[in-house]
Design a protein around this ligand. Structure first.
Ligand SMILES: NC(=O)c1ccc[n+]([C@@H]2O[C@H](COP(=O)([O-])OP(=O)(O)OC[C@H]3O[C@@H](n4cnc5c(N)ncnc54)[C@H](OP(=O)(O)O)[C@@H]3O)[C@@H](O)[C@H]2O)c1
Length: 262
């Protein structure tokens, strides 16, 4: 299927690994020129080179921390008029005890997971409205909709983001600018591999065994973790020409771990 976005320009914040990288790849496959941000330069440059080689599309690395004002300025200087904005970050730390969450952890999670995407939206939306075309996708978390103690920092900041997204999406929809969120459950990403390899090392098990046990305990109906590239494909769909009538939505992609009729 042709998503009819060839020649568009996209910023993908947090795109050197995981779902951000998959989103950048899926957009580049559609002929979108992509500007990818991340903090670690070597991994970022490698990801951009790989995506460019695979797709034949221009992919520009922008080494910057998107949670800081300076980082945001650098990213927007590289691509001042994006048609597409995709936002993600490394998952905030697990919180096994709500009483142990520090002020500093709260501030960091709010800066990265909430204020950064909010600030990017505020800064790019006027241009999208003027040009009568815009697509914004935030890769958030299923914990925004289904809270749990262990995901308090990740879930509560993204619940606020979903609320903001819905409110602002109503303002810009008439200008062919749509804003949506994806809410992933467990996927094999750099973050998950690091966490579950560490668990395996401590328990004398393997990564696969830890994933299988987690899938059973959390009742993931699919019985496994998801593939980041599949999420990337959904990002591209939500950025497509055809996505012009879907806005303010938050789509759960969790292999059936959660239960809700609507
Ligand atoms: N993986 C899962 O199972 C899972 C489950 C639920 C929700 N999620 C959500 O899905 C999203 C992506 O997770 P993931 O697992 O794909 O993450 P990941 O593999 O850890 O990748 C995160 C990416 O964001 C970049 N990044 C992080 N903070 C940044 C910052 N301040 N400025 C610029 N770049 C930044 C990282 O590069 P640098 O570190 O070099 O900056 C990396 O490229 C997150 O919002 C996460 O909360 C993931």
């Amino acid at each position: 299927m042709d998503l009819r976005i060839r020649g568009r320009k996209a910023i993908v914040n947090g795109g050197s690994t995981g779902m951000g990288r998959s989103a950048a790849l899926a957009l580049a496959k559609e002929g979108v020129e992509v500007f990818v941000s991340a903090r670690r330069e070597d991994r970022l440059v490698q990801a951009c080179n790989e995506i460019s080689a695979e797709t034949g599309t221009l992919v520009t690395p922008v080494c910057a921390d998107h949670s800081s004002p300076e980082g945001r300025d650098r990213i927007l200087a590289a691509c001042p008029e994006p048609d597409i904005l995709v936002g993600t970050c490394a998952p905030p730390p697990m919180t096994p005890d709500y009483r142990a969450i520090t002020d500093e952890q709260w501030r960091e999670a709010i800066d990265i997971s909430l204020l950064s995407p909010v600030e990017f939206m505020r800064r790019v939306l006027d241009g999208m409205v003027e040009r009568k075309w815009g697509r914004i996708v935030n890769i958030a978390t299923v914990a925004a909709k289904y809270p749990g103690e262990i995901r308090i920092l990740s879930g509560s900041t993204r619940a606020a983001l979903a609320n903001y997204t819905m409110a602002v999406s109503k303002v810009v929809a008439r200008h062919n600018v749509v804003i949506n969120n994806l809410l992933p459950g467990m996927h094999h990403s750099a973050f998950v591999e690091q966490q579950f390899n560490e668990k395996a090392r401590m328990n004398g098990t393997s990564y696969e065994e830890e994933v299988a046990q987690f899938s059973r305990e959390w009742r993931i109906a699919a019985g496994r973790f998801g593939d980041c590239d599949d999420v990337g494909t959904f990002v591209a769909l939500f950025c497509s020409e055809q996505a012009n009538y879907i806005t303010g939505q938050s789509l759960v992609i969790d292999g059936g771990a959660t239960t809700s009729t609507f």
